[in-house]
Design a protein around this ligand. Structure first.
Ligand code: NAP
Length: 484
């Protein structure tokens, strides 16, 4: 069994030490492409979490006051160290998560880019001197690290979702207690090794695996954790929001999505199909910004369906570690059953399967990339996140109708539209109730821009200059009595 160059780490990182769970119990982690166990991680609970919070609190005292140049230097070293290990870390990511190797390489690269972005951005986190109402005063606005940060991450981007949290937290001078998803813990633990290797002080980053309720509960209840940053489902996000009330924590919530992808009659058909394939099938449809609903205008509908069907049928399904594979397995049986249930529901309500529709011949959790036409608002995927390789196509007539249908959801993360009408692009910008809007692109995430949802897709932003704000407390200082 490969130990992935020493990056397959089967221990918690607490206060600079690698340790097993207090109980000695562990959890098996499997490769979703093969069903084989790739290793075990600690089954930790509240006690280990309390120690991690204590370590982060102790480290905060000096880390928060450390020289900016020291923190920035370490972050740049961390960026370089990740890229030096890109192949190994991508192989580990594919082994635990299932995505094709090319996508895993991309995830490692964007994780590194987030670390570098925040190392750069902290240098520009300026305060203000505000004009005072009287001449004997000077009014200062200053920024300070918010404190110990709890970071809880999902299985679909186990490396880059942690990078988006570590980058701003460490740049700002915060310390971190992180809990990666149980299905994909190794990419998170790998960050711990990299952080140690480049010389971050002990306790600045602590990483624990195990019971979500116990670890999450201890993080949420602790008055010493001043901020929690969570990426995951809206359901769990709502629980954490409720739990945060007792200690009034600052929160960032990156939650679920239900992305519309609107193709207007005037779209560039080649570009729309290319964008649709990326927006739908990246990570086997398991991203929060994946298209959930295609809305296609009547005049271009049949041509778009024909092209999407052909491109979907051509996707190479297999073990993501093998060259040329474009679609790996889904994360687990529950994910497959959810897609199957949505297909059954759609067919019962008049939808037509024009491509795929079944479990893939590879067995396990592989599923045929699927296209369904004749979708309606009564079907389950109109309201629920699919999180699988299923394209649901709705037909529409007018721009107003498309915008209204796109907004008819409690989610508001990503939306896409293809049109060559510039005026319409601005109407979509005004009309779509989404935090991220791609006009003529199906892939818009970039470190330079704020990523985050509206409505029940969350609060706060990651990336961009806004991504730092949530990790800083703002103070106002009034210097009075200054007249001679
Ligand atoms: P999830 O079930 O909500 O889990 C996310 C994380 O929360 C995992 O680490 C999980 O631990 C932990 N967790 C579960 N219950 C908890 C509790 N009671 N207290 C504290 N932590 C708890 O989500 P997922 O299935 O991993 O990820 C898929 C979801 O994430 C989708 O809805 C997707 O849209 C969303 N997502 C959003 C973004 C975004 O930026 N908006 C990005 C990626 C994914 P365990 O693994 O141990 O259960």
């Amino acid at each position: 069994m490969s130990n992935f160059g020493g990056f397959l780490i089967e221990a918690n990182l607490i206060g600079g030490q690698w340790a097993a769970a207090d109980s000695g119990k562990s959890i098996a982690v499997t490769n979703p492409a093969t069903g084989q166990v790739i290793g075990h991680v600690p089954d930790s609970g509240a006690d280990e979490t309390h120690r991690a919070i204590a370590a982060a609190s102790a480290a905060f005292k000096s880390w928060s006051k450390s020289d900016l140049s020291f923190r920035v230097g370490l972050l740049h070293k961390l960026h370089d160290a990740i890229l030096d290990q890109q192949e190994t870390l991508a192989a580990l990511l594919t082994a635990e998560q299932g995505k094709p190797l090319a996508e895993a390489r991309g995830e490692i690269a964007i994780g590194a880019a987030y670390i570098r972005w925040f190392a750069e951005e902290i240098r520009r986190a300026k305060g203000e001197i505000v004009p005072a109402p009287t001449g004997d005063r000077r009014l200062l606005v200053t920024h300070h690290p918010v404190g110990v940060v709890g970071a809880i991450t999902p299985w679909n981007f186990p490396s880059s979702m942690l990078a988006r949290k570590l980058g701003p937290a460490l740049a700002a001078g915060c310390t971190v207690v992180a809990k990666p998803a149980t299905a994909t813990p190794y990419s998170g633990l790998a960050w711990g090794k990299l952080i140690q290797d480049v010389g971050f002080p002990d306790g600045v980053v602590n990483i624990l695996t195990g019971s979500a309720r116990a670890i999450g509960g201890a993080i949420m209840a602790s008055p010493d954790v001043r901020k929690v940053t969570f990426t995951g489902s809206t359901e769990v996000g709502k629980t954490l929001i409720r739990q945060s009330a007792d200690t009034v924590k600052k929160l960032s919530m990156e939650l679920g999505g239900n992305a519309p992808f609107i193709v207007f009659d005037d779209a560039d058909l080649d570009a729309a199909v290319e964008g649709a394939m990326i927006a739908k099938y990246r990570n086997m449809g398991q991203t929060c910004v994946c298209t959930n609903r295609f809305y296609v205008q009547a005049g271009i509908h049949d041509a778009f369906v024909e092209r999407l069907k052909a491109a979907t049928a051509a996707l190479v399904v297999g073990n993501g570690a093998e060259p040329g594979v474009q679609q790996g397995p889904l994360i687990d049986d529950a994910a497959v059953e959810k897609v199957e249930a949505m297909i059954t529901d759609a067919v019962a309500k008049g939808g037509q399967i024009v491509q795929g529709g079944r479990r893939h011949g590879n067995g396990g959790t592989f599923f045929e990339p699927t296209v369904i036409t004749g979708a309606t608002s009564a079907m389950q995927f109109a309201t629920d996140e699919i999180f699988g390789p299923l394209s649901a196509i709705f037909k529409f007539s007018t721009e107003e109708e498309a915008i209204a249908a796109a907004n008819a959801t409690e989610y508001g993360l990503a939306a896409y539209a293809y049109t060559r009408d510039l005026g319409r692009a601005f109407r979509l910008n005004d009309g779509l109730e989404y935090g991220l809007i791609g006009i003529n692109s199906g892939l818009i995430t970039t470190v330079e821009a704020p990523f985050g949802g509206l409505k029940e897709s969350g609060m706060g932003k990651e990336g961009g200059s806004q991504g730092l704000e949530d990790y800083l407390s703002t103070k106002y200082v009034c210097l009075a009595g200054l007249k001679a």
